[in-house]
Design a protein around this ligand. Sequence first.
Ligand SMILES: O=C(COP(=O)(O)O)N(O)CCCCOP(=O)(O)O
Ligand SMILES: [Ca+2]
Ligand code: NA
Ligand SMILES: [Zn+2]
Length: 304
Amino acid sequence: PLVSGKVLFEKANEYNFAIGAFNFNNMEFLKAILDAAEEEQAPVFIQTTESAIKYAGIEYLAGMVHAVKDKYSIPFALHLDHGKHVETILLAIRHGYTSVMIDYSDKSYEENLKVTKYVVSICAALGISVEAELGKLVSVEDEVVSREEVLVDPEQAKEFVDRTGIDALAPAIGTAHGAFKFKGEPKLDFERLKKVKELTGIALVLHGASGVYEEYVEKINKYGGDIKGAKGVPDEELKKAVELGINKVNTDTDLRLAFISKLRELMALEKKVIDPRKFLKPAMEEVKNIVKKRIRLYGSQGKA
Ligand SMILES: O=C(COP(=O)(O)O)N(O)CCCCOP(=O)(O)O
Ligand SMILES: [Ca+2]
Ligand code: NA
Ligand SMILES: [Zn+2]
């Protein structure tokens, strides 16, 4: 059933595991994610960004979730990912979202604090969980920025959590969105993560966490794509982040790579097919497979 993100954050934080937070923009990804979670008997966050809402319309995205919510035995939350505008947060609440992220991490600390407190005051009354972010999602290899400038400051995180009352914090520790996270070796600031957990004690969220698996990158390049140099977070690093206190792992790129690799292969090989279902169904299966794999990596299988 559809539940508040609060119960998911509390349980993951208490039992020291992570819950997958998988992005969807259409029926195929939504069905693949929920079917995978049901088969793994794992709780999940299903989430949409503001650009997903622009792409499909919130009525379609939220409507599909509400239509199927009682078909699944596992507890799952519908989460607004990277809410950059309070208006979007209010729109999501009106459409039955059960968790929201207010992402003011690119604004000043004071501005982030003020708006996050406001969002918490509304959501707390409604039993909706609030996630916020400190620091910037940029790969810290870019010489232009120093680690101190972009990564989370643990002391500041402690004050931010105490003054806002958020349910979960996304601390920037060196990851970045997309398929090109690192130029050289992946570098997550585990010391920094450990400090944030010790000082705040709350549920933590890892953004830009996709693994960007070689098998999908190669298949995409083989069948007409060109994403050479794509690199993600190795499984061992991800596992270490979970051990150090990550409780929600945002995963979008891995699902895109799984889907697109299968789609490109079929588009290249099945020359006589014109029924989209002949391509979309196998592509959905690929998404389901990768979601199951990531659920196991996060340690949330059987934790429904
Ligand atoms: O942290 C993540 C995902 O990280 P990943 O890219 O490593 O999967 N996310 O928050 C997922 C959303 C990324 C951007 O989505 P839009 O293109 O819809 O704006
Ligand atoms: Ca941000
Ligand atoms: Na989020
Ligand atoms: Zn993100």
